[in-house]
Write a protein that binds this ligand. Structure first.
Ligand code: 4AD
Ligand code: MG
Length: 480
């Protein structure tokens, strides 16, 4: 039996024509009005039942959560709230949902907390909030590929299992096929990884950057978009142990061109969802307004969700050097009054999320690109500036999010790169192939990484990163 997605049905003008729809019952009111949702859109199709001429036993099975198939004519709706509805001719129950059991879940039609939804992540996508967020996530993902495809980039599928630590932060999940009960040992008692599956120690990637760099130095403009893994013990609303990262890398781009690319890219993908996700954004916006009503005036958002997205597209990101930012932070009220958890005393301090958010939300009140960070607080591969103490790094900070992008111009000089690796005890043997690229036609190149979930957080207005990925992974959580 062919059937039509609800999204198409709601846009159809084929009045009196017969259609079949399939979906899950959201509610069944007055034994007459079925609100049916199939996930294609946040909107339901109303299916109107002539209950006097329908099998009573069948109608009893039309309960919240049940999967049903409805056939009937499309008619102009008598009631408000919808333009068209289905005048039901037949109903087929594909899967029952026992009301007694549904009552105990988040499928029951009442407001459930996001925490509760997280505990039932396997069914939360059937709620409006999660459904809207996940449709938006999908559209954003598509926009990412579209942007790069339209701008001459090739996608590079970088490996997920690697032998290196791209960020040098040591926050890796080990990958091993050895028997954990009885691993082969070397004479000194340590585990002998030469007998492991790959003949060496391996881990899940923390970033595809190093491999992407090698591809940029052949294909020119490339990007990766894949899962990355970090075994950092960060229990925050901004961190995941498994997150998706977008990493463009461009040969011959310097740091300024890198910033231009990042800004243009972010504006494009946000513009895309503003144009293509109207219904979901409208719902999420209203949801935020309701949430705000519970907060004190001072904590409420100053802009509606779509206004905020429009604002980002229409205004230049503010570009500020790390040195300027430190001067601002040292003299700002929360620093002087010791309101920050980490007080900024001197140049060289690493910025915490409280500082980043102050700069974006209180000081500049727009997205900010910070650049030229102290070399000591950044990764080994970043291009050293002439001053010998700063590197051509850039972080993009967003309101409500903090850091959304981290990137840099890369150190293209072999000798400087080697010195840096030696200083940080990074063995050359591990990255011989990376160093090779600095021998065979090395050139200026730059790239960045954007945390996809942080982008989804921003675009949906959601506040916890665990609510914008289907099955979040974080310390103590790998259910589902
Ligand atoms: O700043 P990061 O660590 O940079 C890199 O990994 C570089 N290799 C990127 C590059 O230049 N190609 O991570 C980049 C972005 C951050 O700005 C943040 O948005 C996101 O990835 N991110 C996380 N998102 C969720 N959970 C985590 N634990 C994250 N760690 C980083
Ligand atoms: Mg970073």
């Amino acid at each position: 039996m062919t059937y039509i997605p609800v999204i198409d049905l709601l846009a159809s003008d084929a009045i009196h024509q017969e259609f079949t729809v399939k979906g899950w019952v959201r509610s069944f009111r007055a034994n007459q009005f079925i609100a049916l949702n199939d996930g294609s859109t946040i909107k339901n199709i109303q299916c109107v039942v002539d209950f006097e001429n329908m099998d009573e036993a069948l109608l009893k099975r039309v309960t919240t959560g049940a999967a049903i198939v409805v056939t009937g004519a499309l008619e102009e709706s008598q009631g408000g709230g919808q333009r068209v509805e289905i005048k039901v001719k037949t109903i087929h129950i594909e899967g029952d949902a026992d009301p007694e059991q549904v009552k105990l879940t988040i499928l029951s039609p009442k407001r459930h907390s996001l925490e509760k939804l997280r505990e039932q992540a396997h069914v939360r996508v059937r709620t409006n909030t999660c459904g809207a967020s996940m449709r938006l996530r999908s559209k954003l993902s598509f926009a990412v590929h579209q942007y790069f495809n339209e701008n001459g980039f090739y996608q590079a599928h970088t490996p997920i299992i690697t032998g290196s630590d791209a960020e040098g932060a040591g926050e890796m999940f080990r990958v091993s096929a050895l028997d954990p009960e009885n691993p082969p040992k070397k004479e000194d008692g340590s585990i002998d990884y030469s007998q492991d599956f790959f003949g060496k120690e391996t881990n899940l990637t923390v970033s595809g950057q190093l491999e992407a760099e090698t591809y940029a130095l052949g294909l020119g403009k490339v990007y990766t978009f894949g899962p990355t893994f970090r075994a950092e013990n960060s229990n925050t609303s901004r961190h995941l142990a498994e997150f998706w990262m977008i990493e463009p890398e461009v040969a011959f781009n310097d740091l300024a061109a890198n910033m231009d690319l990042a800004e243009d890219f972010i504006k494009y993908v946000i513009g895309y969802v503003l144009e293509h996700c109207q219904d979901d954004l409208e719902f999420l916006e209203k949801r935020l307004v309701e949430e705000d009503k519970k907060k004190p005036q001072a904590e409420r958002a100053t802009m509606l969700l779509r206004e905020k997205l429009q604002f980002v597209i229409s205004n230049n990101f503010k570009r500020v050097s790390y040195t300027e930012a430190i001067a601002i932070l040292r003299n700002c009220k929360p620093n002087k009054k010791k309101k920050f958890k980490y007080i900024i005393n001197e140049w060289g301090a690493d910025l915490q999320s409280e500082h980043e958010r102050f700069l974006v939300e209180k000081h500049f009140e727009c997205p900010v690109i910070l650049f030229d960070y102290p070399a000591d607080i950044k990764a080994f591969y970043m291009r050293l500036n002439e001053d010998g103490k700063t590197v051509r790094a850039m972080d993009i900070l967003f309101p409500g999010i903090g850091e959304i992008v981290g990137g840099s111009q890369r150190e293209e000089r072999l000798d400087v790169l080697k010195e840096k690796m030696a200083a940080l005890d990074i063995p050359e043997e591990e990255l011989w192939w990376y160093l090779d690229t600095r021998k065979f036609g090395t050139c200026v190149h730059s790239g960045f990484g954007l945390g996809f979930e942080r982008l989804v957080l921003f675009a949906t207005g959601m506040t916890n990163i665990r609510d914008v990925i289907p099955y979040p992974r974080f310390p103590g959580q790998a259910e589902f």
